[in-house]
Design a binder for this molecule. Sequence first.
Ligand code: NAP
Length: 502
Amino acid sequence: MHSKSEERRKPSVIIIGAGMTGILMTIKLKQMGIDEITILEKKEKVGGTWRENTYPGVACDIPAHMYTYSFEPNPEWSHRFAHGDEIQAYFERVSAKYGVTPLVRFNEAVTSARYADARWTVKTSKGNTFTADFVVCATGILHHPARPDIAGLGDFKGAMFHTAEWDHSVDLKGKRVGIIGTGSTAAQVIPELVKLAGSVSVFQRTPQWILKIPDHHYSESSKASWRKNPRRLSLYHYLYTKAVEHTFSKAVIGKWLQHRLADYLCRRNLRKSVKDPVLRAKLTPNYRVGCKRIIVNGTFYDAIQKPNAHLITDRIKQIEAKGVVTEDGKLHELDVLVLSTGFHPFNFMRPMDLRGEQSDIEHTWQKKVQAYRSIFIPGYPNFFLMLGPNTPIGNFSVIAMSEVQTQYVLKVIEKWRNEEFDAIDARPEALRAYNEYLKAGMSKTVWVGGCQSWYLDADGDPAMWPYSWQQWVKEMSEPDMRDFTTRTVGQTEPVLTGSGRS
Ligand code: NAP
């Protein structure tokens, strides 16, 4: 006799990307009894951002015991802020443990995805074609390295690479190294460069606010006790989550007390860490704390004060064969130039050729990169964009966000399994109303605090979540079916679910 769950129809699902979100989605689908899953991964390993970013000093600035899946605590973290290789190993381990890895087709990038009649047809770089009921786009946010638009960039004769494409064959020992950028990545790389290189020239366009939270090495006895008692680890996860939720996460959405605290801590860190008033002035931002992502780092200020480190605040005029020329006319001769210039955060799945019912993604997003509840793009039924625009990336841990979004998506798929529809699409009016709702909250946030950052879209609007974390979790707890149209195959007109609203 079949159990109830076996009798229900099972969807086929294509997941694009085997990073943190793709692994999570696969685990959760499998736990629902859905096993027709194909994961298409452009590279040779799982891990996403942690596979790509191997620059010296790479680490996570969210406490490690919080930066784990809630269902898979890790007693082995060596430090409060886990190093990149440990995080990569964690994802590889979890992926193997839950049977995700065998489902991944490696070195197979998606080139196109087309929708018709409640099915997606996906083509890949290997010339294969797959079809499925649903596509989950788990391609991440920060994975398209941005190269600076500086005259002569291609003329440089030394070694040059982006932080996300670190060239480990280049020996930095004793070399004259230049680095463009002072974001979260640069703050981690520069202290390592200063240890290795002969000289390090840091080209800073805008200073950053830096919060110092001491790192901590976890002893073998701590790890042994966590192995014995995993509930203690869950408690750590909970406590860190609550701490971030009630401090940092509220500071950025306009809560006065939390913002004052963040402001005080960043200013005090700068004052205490950098004694030279000239250098301190150069390192002092002129915008509100949190407007750009607050950098959590305990080593950058020490590093920039080392005798072989040079902070250069004159704007870059051009790049020549021998190095970087600044606007004061000085040539900074270099052997190696590191581009720590961030990413194109609004590319998402592109350059993939994604086509919905009537349009392709280039046209759909021509005016604005947007998605209903960050996940649904109207006109692209049965397609889930994970960590899409306005996900609370500036407020919280990205793993927690993926867990919330995954539950939301699973609830939609559950309705499909209950044969409530074959295809589900967000209504354009629902997207408009959602955007208005976001806009209404944005003016109170720090992201409109007069700075440039990767949080801002082409219109200068922060693609962030302007309300509290709890509010987001609550609103994401159940799909509001009034915001969707649904269809069953053969039906000519879509059905407005619920009463519909605008
Ligand atoms: P980023 O924050 O976007 O910083 C890019 C840097 O490059 C900025 O300092 C920017 O200056 C500079 N820059 C860009 N174009 C330039 C040009 N043409 N001339 C001079 N300077 C230029 O990039 P990121 O540091 O790679 O960090 C991106 C995000 O990745 C972070 O915000 C964070 O979310 C994530 N991240 C997380 C961790 C972690 O530990 N969890 C670690 C690293 C990164 P302006 O400020 O003037 O634009």
